[in-house]
Design a protein around this ligand. Sequence first.
Ligand code: GLU
Ligand code: ZN
Length: 311
Amino acid sequence: MKTAIKSATYIGRFAPSPTGPLHFGSLVCALASFLDARSHSGRWLVRVEDIDPPREIPGATTTILQQLTDHGLIWDGELLYQSTRIEAYRDAIENLQRSGVAYNCDCPRQRITALGGIYDGHCRDRQVIENAAVRLRVPAQSESTQSFRDLVMGDYSQNLATEAGDFVVQRRDGLFSYQLAVTVDDQFQNISHIIRGADLIDSTPRQIYLQNCLNFSADSSPTISSPALTYGHLPMATNAEGQKLSKQNHAAALIAGEESQNLWLALEWLQQQPPAELNAESVERILDWAIGNWSIESIPKQIALPAPKHY
Ligand code: GLU
Ligand code: ZN
């Protein structure tokens, strides 16, 4: 058994969007973030990312929280709902605009599409006022490489200028972007460790840069800096067709009443080598075993991995 490094400042989180019930892939994310926190004697928070109403399913939050509880994944403290944080996101946008790092953009969708997704900075100096999205200015290509060391995947880097471009922090319809809300709230909740799916690894450089911008108030532009948080990205569970399990491709919800089996399958899938007989134990016993034997190093360094047959 590995000795965990104890840290009084470890704060982890699971941040589901209420777009449907948890499936095998989201259970893996919840479980791994929980186990990494608990094995460091850290706190584990749950944040409901409910700021994209068109994508939300009524009742999904209740279902997700029940599924977590049934699997013994009990969070610390109060839940945070992003829908209560609109004021904070608005303040963040204002600060970014005041420091000159964010600007309004009214480019039509066809123009953005024609650019192949990497925005060219067309509106940087146009002083657009109305009917606009808000974009964050990224540094020029030669100083735009944002790197971090991922606990699972190893070294990762991205050139923000060539691979992301000036990205949207507030949409034209007023909704705040995922990148903005997640970064503001990870800072607000003093999150120290983010363990989540590898579908978000290419968002991480933008989030590190955005953290840096949010802490910045002078007139000159913020630059690339090293990350203040620790990240670990887990393989994405895929279906028989090789697609990521998701609500869009009708991933099966976790089977209720089979919580022990679900946890065991998730541990096995994460290559934690749970003993076969653990399968029949209570969720509490399984989690105790898993905390004591947690080995993030054993997780396969693969972006995608087929889900167990069951799912
Ligand atoms: N709410 C996001 C999702 O469900 C995850 C956010 C995160 O972990 O950063 O995909
Ligand atoms: Zn524009």
